[in-house]
Design a protein around this ligand. Structure first.
Ligand SMILES: Nc1nc2c(ncn2[C@@H]2O[C@@H]3COP(=O)(O)O[C@H]4[C@@H](O)[C@H](n5cnc6c(=O)[nH]c(N)nc65)O[C@@H]4COP(=O)(O)O[C@H]3[C@H]2O)c(=O)[nH]1
Length: 682
């Protein structure tokens, strides 16, 4: 009965050697006694007796030589046979590669040990309590892989101790070993598979009913191949990790584009055969970049994970969801009876993202734009469907975000024309097709124009007046925004001076700076040059940067702002409230004013959250000595509310849309005439 934590055990047990010596001594004594007494029994003559004794002695030598020769020959033959078998196996296993390696190893182990079963298993769960075989051999054939609990098994002990273990009467020592019971085995030799760094990756074992015929060889083989098997398991894990990374998104664990496309292709073929419809939804989070820029990538990542979870929950079993990268997700809907089913699910998906995400103390509001392409009508192959869903998603963004759009053929014309538009934009500056409109800003209490915001328009020769939202992103992507932005700055300053030269009182002009423009190293020099060339008072120039620009790379942003402020210009934060920056951060920047985004102003009186945000922003901005400008004021009620909250300035369609410079001149003239009238009447 053995249960040992063993190193390799030597050939020939002491008991066997004792038995061989005892037999030899017994036979030797019998022989000596016989050779002494038998000659006396046959002959009386002492010479004859002596001769017979010599014959006996010679016979003893001859017989024992034969016995020795037979014994030693048999011993060496057995050793050679084992050695041959051992080398054959080493060759077989040594030359096996890839997935063949484990299969060859378990087959050889089982054969050489004369064991009923041999297997190699690796951990199948993170807590390393279970293992799953990567190859198993039993009763002359490879078996299906199986999994078992390590607790209460010799494999469990081998893994825990990180070494080799030999067990006889297995089921007596391990009554809870269900695998041993199932396989009906009671002898075991196993070894932990430990790599060079000492990490255990799994276990390798042979086991059988009754004592193993060649246990010694089995032990040697296990020890010999343990390191290679551990390395192969490690390699297998790394390959799986690489495969996983090439097919899954490591952040959310969802399939990636490649995996999605691979899964989608056969589904589309099936759908074609059975004339069924499928829908692909392309989902892009609205303003995710703002969150990433203002709160950092760590929070952005947590948000993406939470979004992935909500999306998965909102879908049915059988629908596929993938993350394409960034804030883009792709969904395949199956089992639809008509197009409207896809629309209903798109609404469900939009709704699922509506409640705020609570992430590290922030309440993050996320909306998304969804493009829907239906197979087969919008394409029956993967590439076409994905492209068309993407196009529809872009349309959803253009339609004001937080909505879904079905693909329509005309949309692809739009993307083709985009290319043409890009080429046109390159020439727009030299062809003098860009124009500035100005929207007046008013003091809250006096209704006097206090300044204007310069807003860019593109007077396209064929398409007419194009709003900035339709070409500024393109200008930003292509870098054209830098020369365009400088032109806007110069033109706005020149215009401001032109009004003054026309005899009007100086007013402030606000100019938008895009992210790319703001991060140009030489921006302060460009602004300084324009101030000097146009002769405008720096106090009259207000530069508007968005909240998300402010939150990107804070140190360089502060540097750039300080350099701009030192020129004497004012700086305000545009679209405030959309970028999740904390008002606390604002203390760090040399700012002059905050502009409350028009999406909050729009909901004043209608959405209590937005109304309280507006009040809170005004109050807090004042405590930081910042002016507050409300944009997008469209109703008298909104203006009244803002006035009650002591907002400083406002602009909006209530007073005036953006208008050409000439109209502003007229408005300023009318205003000063009205002011004179009031003064005369007083
Ligand atoms: N619904 C509504 N809208 C109102 C109201 N009052 C003003 N608006 C619109 O709100 C936008 C205000 O500009 P913004 O927030 O700086 O947003 C601007 C700004 O971010 C960008 N932009 C415009 N001109 C320039 C420019 O010269 N350079 C850069 N970098 N961006 C510019 O394009 C955005 C859109 O400009 P616009 O289409 O001119 O749209 C303008 C204006 O027409 C209102 O009462 N109701």
């Amino acid at each position: 009965m053995k249960f040992t934590l063993s190193r390799l055990r030597p050939y020939g047990s002491p008991g066997l050697i004792r038995r061989i010596v005892a037999v030899y001594v017994g036979l030797g004594i019998l022989w000596i006694l016989s050779s002494n007494y038998l000659p006396r029994f046959f002959y009386e003559d002492s010479t004859q007796q002596a001769r017979l004794e010599i014959v006996f002695d010679i016979l003893l030598v001859i017989l024992s030589s034969f016995a020795l020769a037979w014994f030693v020959g048999r011993f060496f033959r057995a050793l050679n046979a084992q050695q041959d078998e051992f080398y054959r196996m080493i060759r077989d296993v040594g030359s096996a590669r890839g997935s063949d390696f484990f299969a060859t190893l378990v087959r050889s182990l089982s054969e050489i040990a004369g064991a009923d079963y041999a297997f190699v298993a690796r951990f199948s769960d993170e807590s390393e309590r279970r293992v799953r075989t990567v190859a198993a051999f039993g009763h002359g054939q490879l078996l299906e892989n199986f999994e078992f609990e390590l607790e209460g098994t010799p494999c469990g002990i081998a893994v825990k101790q990180g070494r080799e273990l030999v067990v006889d009467q297995l089921r007596q020592f391990f009554p809870m070993d269900h695998l041993a019971e199932q396989l009906d085995v009671d002898s075991y030799v196993g070894i932990a598979l430990t790599d060079c760094s000492g990490k255990v990756h799994g276990v390798m074992a042979v086991t059988g009913k009754g004592p193993l015929q060649k246990q010694r060889l089995a032990e040697a083989m296990l020890e010999l191949f343990a390191v290679r098997a551990a390395a192969a398991l490690e390699g297998m894990l790394s390959r799986e990790a690489v495969d996983y990374l090439s097919l899954y998104d490591s952040l959310t664990g969802l399939p990636n584009r490649r995996m999605f496309a691979e899964q989608l292709a056969p589904i589309l073929v099936q759908a074609r055969k059975h004339s069924e419809i499928r829908a692909v939804l392309f989902l892009d989070l609205d303003r995710f970049k703002n969150i990433n820029d203002s709160l950092g990538h760590a929070i952005g990542d947590l948000l993406l994970k939470a979004v992935a979870t909500r999306l998965t929950r909102s879908l049915r079993h059988g629908d596929l969801i993938a993350r394409l990268g960034g804030d883009e997700f792709m969904i395949l809907l199956q089992g639809l009876t008509n197009k409207q089913d896809a629309a209903k699910i798109a609404v469900k998906v939009l709704d699922s993202l509506r409640p705020p995400f609570k992430i590290q103390g922030h309440d993050l509001h996320v909306a998304s734009s969804i493009g829907i392409a239906i197979s087969p009508e919008d394409g029956d192959d993967v590439d076409t469907l994905l492209k068309n869903a993407d196009t529809a998603m872009n349309r959803a963004k253009e339609m004001g975000r937080n909505n879904y759009q079905f693909f329509a053929v005309e949309m692809s014309d739009v993307s083709i024309t985009r290319l043409g538009l890009e080429n046109d934009l390159r020439k727009a500056l030299e062809r003098q097709e860009l124009v500035l409109y100005y929207q007046p800003q008013y003091f809250m209490d006096s209704e006097r124009i206090n300044g204007v915001e310069a807003l860019l328009r593109w007077n396209h020769p064929k398409r007419g007046m194009i709003p900035p939202g339709d070409f500024i992103p393109m200008a930003e992507e292509t870098g054209l925004i830098v020369p365009i932005g400088s032109w806007v700055l110069r033109t706005a300053c020149e215009q401001c001076m032109a009004w003054q030269h026309a005899g009007l009182a100086p007013i402030r002009v606000a100019v938008n700076l895009s992210a790319r423009q703001f991060h140009q190293q030489d921006l302060p020099d460009v602004v300084a040059g324009i101030l000097q060339e146009t002769g405008i008072d720096p106090e009259c120039l207000e530069l508007e940067i968005t909240e998300s620009i402010l939150m990107q790379n804070m140190e360089t942003t502060v540097d750039q702002l300080v350099r701009l402020m030192s020129l004497g210009v004012k700086i305000s934060i545009d679209d405030f409230g959309t970028g999740y920056s904390s008002l606390n951060y604002l203390k760090r920047f040399p700012l002059h004013a905050l502009k409350i985004d028009r999406s909050f102003v729009k909901d004043i009186g209608e959405d209590s959250d937005d109304t309280s945000i507006v009040s809170a922003v005004i109050a807090l901005a004042h405590t930081l000595s910042l002016e507050v400008v409300a944009e997008g004021v469209e109703t008298e009620a909104q203006r009244q509310f803002l006035r009650d909250q002591n907002c400083d300035r406002y602009q909006g369609f209530l007073m005036s849309r953006p208008v050409p410079a000439e109209r502003i001149r007229e408005m300023l003239v009318e205003r000063s005439a009205a002011d004179c009238e009031v003064a005369a009447n007083v």
